[in-house]
Design a protein around this ligand. Structure first.
Ligand SMILES: NC(=O)c1ccc[n+]([C@@H]2O[C@H](COP(=O)([O-])OP(=O)(O)OC[C@H]3O[C@@H](n4cnc5c(N)ncnc54)[C@H](O)[C@@H]3O)[C@@H](O)[C@H]2O)c1
Ligand SMILES: [Zn+2]
Length: 689
């Protein structure tokens, strides 16, 4: 998460006219380029590299420059367009009605301006509906004759990705509407959300696997919605909240009434929406929810104000980016000021060293905060941190809060500048930092205690070997010299355990039984448990399918490894390094001697064939007989490779309905065989009737 919360991506807000026209043009182009890049990171990758406030400041700068230099007008400027989330792994679908963004403000003055602008333009009475702005990712749900027919992301506002299969897994989205007055065709606009509790659990899991964390529930929701495997999406427990209806012949001219009806149809409409007749009532709503929102189970980032009457909305119209009849008021992130007491360093199981700020305890969003994450050396340098500094802490949705700034005016007695440690705090080995990485590592993986304990903790987790023991037990057994690595668990004796302080016979027996049971855990989970860097759960599954026993995997070359779908160079090298390390190879052999599963089960093997060996298949369109994910799994299972894009290396295109025209054209040009699902299943000898 390099640079995530530092300000160093922001250019100084210099006066645009300095340096004349060509300087302004350069500046405009740089800003546009930066913003396109940030949009991509945010909407497509769901991994922003700057904060929203910083992003909005850049956007504001660009808008001001464009106003001053209209000669450099560009219809594709980020100020003119809705940021696009389009991802080529999905089929793109045209929106019948455009899906716009909202104009954002952070101040009450701008809300008053909006209110007065509407009043002037309409020149008649109007009502404003205030709604909480739930912070997820936007979705358009198309219901035809009351049935959910399509779910499309906002995309670039004109067309979006068809994510119907994933959306069908969202619990509170009805597949069939119930009740009266349901139009034949209606688009329900809403937000797909990840509740705080699910988000925190997900990030804890990612943290334990040293995978990059999601910055907030919004990015986690959008990342999840764009996953290729609907089963994983279903497991992530997304929710929805809907906030607008589009279509001809809607039941009422009042947006508020339509939403009340939508609730009766079975859609989840927040009970917090309120109709207001005056600016005072609007401000009251803002004030109340700025505090009350903190106890909601989902994230909110503001309030949306909408003119209630649909005919008045039509009169006010829209720009290319947002409607003129609505505006979003964004809440400020809650901040607290406290003192930095010290910085300590934690070593993870892969040796990554994370700095942690220890703070004078302070109350923030209802909890007492004592520690904050400092990410890495660059983040510390960007803040210019000194011990004793008064620092601002914010909870941006991360598990532990972050330091967002230093009150430099309050520095009377300047303390020591925070210097990143050069040696491992646990084993004193000099740290290393790879050139293009922000993270420091302790290279002493074999003897550094937190790394050893961390690896054992990972080995026993539920999704790996599922041995019921916590970090305290691991720490105790390690300190007593009973375990030096996870393989030693299998050599533990009853006597070793009962002689430990506070250990009774039952707890000793339970642990031994749990260890014994883990010997039946399937190969792919054992592979994950080994803790090979970058080999998470899904990668382990892919590797297990492609190399059905560990000897094949250990002998695989980098080329062979990277020929497996989604296995890139980085993972391949890490797998190779693992097996070439004598210590690791010995570890695997000892585990094998204890009877762990190091090959795919008979069942999984029986289903495997080489019918598609050496063949690359691209899947395009939507299917009737199986889902896209099922087809992907079949390709893997029969030894083939699935790829997202058509190239000269493609052997087949498995085409369903609505195959993208660009893909078809390319396939024809390259002379690639396009087959339908029945032909494909015949190739595999699968019965499908
Ligand atoms: N950090 C970054 O790199 C980065 C990059 C791009 C965008 N952003 C941030 O994203 C924001 C822009 O994103 P955006 O265009 O999605 O706009 P937005 O999220 O600020 O507002 C529009 C969205 O609000 C949602 N919404 C929630 N409740 C609603 C309701 N009751 N009625 C109507 N809409 C509701 C809708 O999904 C709608 O699309 C900016 O504030 C920017 O800071 C950040
Ligand atoms: Zn160390």
């Amino acid at each position: 998460m390099k640079d995530l919360f530092s300000n160093n991506n922001i250019q100084p807000a210099e006066s645009p006219s300095v340096g004349g026209n060509s300087a302004a043009k350069d500046k405009l182009e740089t800003l546009r380029k930066q913003l396109h890049e940030h949009n991509y990171n945010y909407y497509v990758l769901s991994q922003p590299t700057i904060s929203d406030i910083d992003f909005d400041a850049l956007m504001q700068q660009l808008a001001e420059l464009e106003k001053e230099y209209p000669e450099f007008y560009d219809p594709n400027s980020p100020t003119m367009r809705v940021g696009s989330d389009i991802n080529k792994n999905f089929v793109q679908v045209q929106h019948r009605y455009p899906m716009l963004s909202l104009q954002n403000t952070y101040t009450e003055e701008e809300i008053a301006d909006f209110f007065n602008r509407v009043k002037r333009s309409l020149n008649e009475d109007f009502e404003i509906v205030c709604e909480l702005k739930f912070d997820g990712t936007s979705i358009s749900l198309v219901y035809e004759n009351g049935r959910l027919s399509q779910a499309i992301t906002r995309g670039d506002g004109k067309q979006g990705d068809d994510v119907t299969a994933n959306v069908r897994t969202v619990r509170n989205i009805p597949l069939v509407l119930k009740g009266d007055n349901i139009p034949g065709y209606v688009e329900v606009r809403g937000e797909i959300l990840m509740p705080w509790s699910v988000f925190e659990e997900l990030n804890r899991e990612r943290e334990s696997q040293e995978e990059p964390l999601f910055a907030n529930p919004r990015n986690a929701a959008s990342g999840t919605l764009k996953m290729q495997d609907s089963k994983v999406v279903a497991a992530r427990k997304l929710e929805s909240s809907v906030y607008y209806l589009m279509g001809e012949g809607l039941p009422s001219d009042s947006h508020f009434e339509n939403m009340e009806l939508a609730r009766k149809w079975g859609l989840n409409v927040s009970a917090t929406m309120k109709k207001c007749c005056s600016l005072e009532e609007v401000f009251e709503f803002l004030k109340y929810w700025d505090v009350a929102r903190k106890s909601l189970s989902v994230a909110t980032d503001g309030v949306v104000l909408k003119v209630d009457s649909l005919s008045q909305q039509r009169n006010l119209g829209s720009t290319s980016k947002f409607p003129r009849w609505a505006i979003a008021y964004k809440f400020n992130a809650e901040k607290a000021l406290t003192r930095l007491e010290s910085v300590t360093y934690q070593v993870g199981r892969t040796g990554a060293v994370t700095p942690v700020a220890n703070l004078e305890p302070v109350l923030l969003s209802g909890t007492t905060v004592k520690r904050a994450s400092l990410y890495n050396e660059d983040a510390i340098l960007a803040l210019d941190l000194h011990i004793g500094d008064r620092v601002y802490v914010e909870k941006g949705g991360e598990i532990i809060p972050k330091i967002t700034g230093v009150d430099k005016e309050a520095r009377f007695l300047i303390g020591d500048k925070v210097q990143f440690v050069t040696r491992c705090p646990d084993c004193d080995t000099p740290l290393i930092r790879n050139e293009d990485e922000a993270v420091h590592y302790c290279p002493n993986s074999e003897n550094c205690p937190p790394q050893i304990k961390g690896r054992i903790e990972h080995f026993v987790t539920r999704r790996a070997m599922n041995i019921t023991m916590g970090p305290e037990t691991i720490g105790l057994l390690y300190d007593k010299g009973l375990i030096r690595d996870a393989a030693d668990l299998y050599a533990l004796q009853f006597e070793d355990l009962v002689s430990l302080e506070r250990w009774a016979e039952t707890s000793a027996n339970n642990l031994l039984a749990s260890i014994e049971k883990s010997k039946t855990v399937p190969y792919e989970r054992v592979l994950f448990a080994l803790g090979i860097r970058f080999v998470g759960e899904t990668v382990a599954q892919k590797l297990a399918l492609a190399f059905h026993d560990i000897d094949l995997l250990a002998a695989a070359t980098v080329e062979k490894l990277t020929s497996v779908e989604e296995i890139g160079d980085r993972i391949a090298r890490s797998v190779k390094d693992f097996f070439e390390n004598p210590g690791c190879a010995d570890f695997v052999n000892r585990l094998r001697a204890h009877g762990l599963q190091f090959q795919l089960s008979e069942e999984a093997l029986a289903a495997r064939t080489d019918k598609l060996a050496g063949l690359t298949v691209v899947i395009s369109g939507t299917f009737e007989l199986h889902s896209r994910d099922e087809y992907k799994a079949m390709i893997l299972q029969h030894g083939g490779k699935n790829s997202g894009s058509v190239s000269k290396n493609t052997d087949y295109i498995l085409a369903g309905e609505n195959m993208g025209p660009a893909k078809l054209e390319k396939a024809e040009k390259l002379g690639i065989k396009v087959i339908d699902e029945k032909t494909f299943l015949k190739m595999l000898d699968c019965s499908f009737l």
